[in-house]
Design a binder for this molecule. Sequence first.
Ligand code: ACO
Length: 325
Amino acid sequence: MKKIGIIGLGEYLPKKILTNADLEKMVDTSDEWIITRTGIKERRLAAKNEVTSDMALKAAKQALDNAGLKAADLDLIIVATITGDMPFPAVACILQNALGAKAAVCFDISAACAGFVYAIAVAQQFIARGTYKNALVVGAETLSSITDWQDRNTCVLFGDGAGAVVLSEVKSGGILSTHMGSDGSKAGLLMMPGGGSRNPASKETLEKRMHYLKMQGNEIFKLAVTIMAEAAQVALKKAGLECQDIDLVIPHQANIRIIMAMAKKLKLPKEKIYLNIEKYGNMSSASTATALCEAAKSGRIKKGDIVLLDAFGAGLVWGACVIKW
Ligand code: ACO
């Protein structure tokens, strides 16, 4: 069996910072509420002319440089996103053109906050079977474009950004296991109701603010803790490992209370949890991608470490991945 691992990482965060103090001027909220309920202090917002593929491109170029590969070496590009430049074509195709990766097969994955983990699992299968050799996997989101800036329940949570990895065959370590799950019966808990075939754009969908993300946050909260803990356990079991073998968890950064409750269930000390939620909020598929990149580049992940990616999101969908560095 081939060993497939991450050979390059990159990230991009837009320059504009929106602080909790800024949000206090926009909706009825407070810095204290946001920090204690979510762990978020600030988030990044894409510039007016900056779209998902622009951020994906910057993260992708960094990941390719880091891997020592050229765009021409890529034969697969997968972008995980729920905020593409437009409903179609896929961001992966726009990215392919911008990179000049002419040989790559390109498609997007819509698995919300678990998208990056899903995309890694899919790319790994293709490389393991020998179908493709070098895959670029990107998590990129412009959540600010589907955030209702009048809704305090959601607008304090999200941010924009992109992270990317290059996957290829490695000599040692690599992906030890992946696990994915879905529960469509809970699809109504988190969605953007307008703009699709059910509610095509109309005067009514605009008036009812249906082109913005709607979420039953507290319902998702309870499910997320259990789902993330279970997903971690399944992925670890598949890898033949136990919780105590983990050196670092890269969880989806939706809410610090969800992350810490999940860590408690797994009996993991907080030193083993990587967090960037304070700086960036929830960037959906880009959260785990940027957190992984930052953890690796800052030295939090060392050669031989066991790293667990663990994410969940709208769908509901969830995914976990155990990697030996
Ligand atoms: N400022 C002040 N008060 C607020 C705010 C705010 N920004 N938002 C909500 N409140 C109020 C509510 O109105 C409510 O007031 P009430 O009791 O008078 O009705 C009170 O705070 C409590 O509201 P809850 O929704 O119960 O608060 P909770 O503790 O659950 O926190 C939160 C809300 C942060 C959204 C949390 O539920 C959460 O993080 N949920 C999970 C979100 C998530 O992980 N989503 C999936 C990934 S995202 C994706 O896939 C794109």
